[in-house]
Design a protein around this ligand. Structure first.
Ligand code: PA5
Ligand code: NI
Length: 183
């Protein structure tokens, strides 16, 4: 009658969780209306196409507790713009988050409440400290799946509406790989 000492387990190479209580959410092109610069290009692509999957451990949302999840952002483009997550501020603005790059290559777009944006490269082993009061979005600039592990406060919540007018910059395809466009 030994206690169950088996913790959750993640495969660092792929970001896949082993069997366990998981919550999963797929975000498809049809869910991302108005997110990409070229809306007609988005409408011409299949709406059911999955752009990213999030899997998270089903743990407590109570004050002081932490959530753990992995985002798998698939490679691709809408018009000249790389696939990306919707992006959000936390509803509880002061709450931060940590991202860890697991596989693939991309960028983490960070933007403060003054509208100042900056980018960090995401790659295997990269660590990203997202401060409070900072919106965040993943962008896949590579040809492989971009997978990143995230840990964030259960109380943080997501505020998508605050970015209804988008971020201050976009990452577009260029002959160099990618380039920044300012809106
Ligand atoms: O907690 C996070 O910041 C991530 O798990 C994101 O929610 C995930 O990457 C999906 O992005 P978004 O919530 O902006 O659609
Ligand atoms: Ni977040």
């Amino acid at each position: 009658n030994l206690p169950d000492i088996q913790p959750p387990q993640v495969d660092w190479a792929s970001g896949a969780f082993a069997d366990g209580p998981l919550l999963s959410k797929s975000t498809r092109l049809r869910d991302l209306a108005g997110i990409f610069a070229d809306e007609p290009a988005r409408q011409q692509l299949p709406g059911e196409q999955v752009i990213y999957d999030v899997e998270m451990l089903a743990t407590s949302p109570a004050e002081g507790e932490l959530y753990t999840g992995v985002t798998h952002l698939y490679p691709g483009r809408v018009g000249g713009e790389y696939f990306m997550t919707r992006g959000h501020f936390h509803a509880r603005r002061e709450q931060g988050e940590v991202y860890f790059g697991l596989r693939g290559n991309g960028l983490l777009l960070l933007q403060n409440e003054q509208g100042e944006a900056r980018l960090e490269k995401v790659f295997t082993g990269s660590v990203h400290i997202i401060p409070g009061f900072t919106a965040h979005r993943l962008i896949n600039t590579g040809g492989e799946v971009l997978s990143a592990l995230a840990v964030w406060p259960g109380v943080a919540g997501h505020d998508y509406a605050a970015l209804a007018n988008g971020f201050a910059l976009r990452v577009m395809v260029s002959s160099e790989g990618w380039e920044v466009h300012h809106d």
